[in-house]
Design a protein around this ligand. Structure first.
Ligand code: SME
Length: 155
């Protein structure tokens, strides 16, 4: 299988899991597990949910993070929520916004989960490889964020 085929296969598996999940919490848990298992360069995969002015860590796979609550505007996570746009950081150590989760982390992608103009949360993925994220990751993750937004809005 090519990388594109693998991504399409993973994307279909996650779409099915989100659709079949009994509730949003289960949909989020299955999504982080499938992403972590499906893409070896994804070292840490988690979902933050917006609660007032803070992002609160929900389901994740990887080492425990010291950042279980992140105020809006802090960190790369807070920046993505404030900008309402995906942020890719090729070298986290060169980005002054970065809040360290693990010393091994080298790059990060944060994809907001949006319902219309409202941020519900975000998918946050770290990699131990520098510059691990690019267009294929956005193309995989942004539609998944939209599907999660639908499930989160239902509950
Ligand atoms: N690196 C994030 C904090 C969350 S940990 O990566 C899990 C940030 O800068 O917002």
């Amino acid at each position: 299988m090519t990388g594109t085929e693998r991504a399409a296969h993973l994307s279909r598996a996650i779409e099915s899991a989100i659709a079949a999940a009994p509730n949003a919490d289960s949909a989020m848990k299955q999504t982080v597990a499938l992403l972590k298992d499906g893409v070896p360069r994804y070292t840490w995969v988690g979902i933050y949910l917006l609660d007032g002015n803070e992002l609160v860590l929900g389901p994740y796979v990887g080492k425990p993070s010291p950042h279980s609550r992140i105020p809006l505007g802090r960190g790369i996570c807070g920046a993505a929520a404030a900008e309402k746009a995906t942020i890719v950081v090729d070298d986290v150590n060169a980005d002054p916004r970065y809040l360290a989760c693990s010393i091994e982390t080298r790059s990060e992608i944060v994809v907001p989960i949006m319902q219309g103009a409202n941020v519900l949360g975000e998918i946050d993925i770290d990699s131990d490889r520098p510059a691990a994220f690019g267009r294929p990751d956005r193309e995989l993750l942004e539609p998944i964020a939209s599907l999660l937004a639908e499930r989160l809005s239902e509950d």
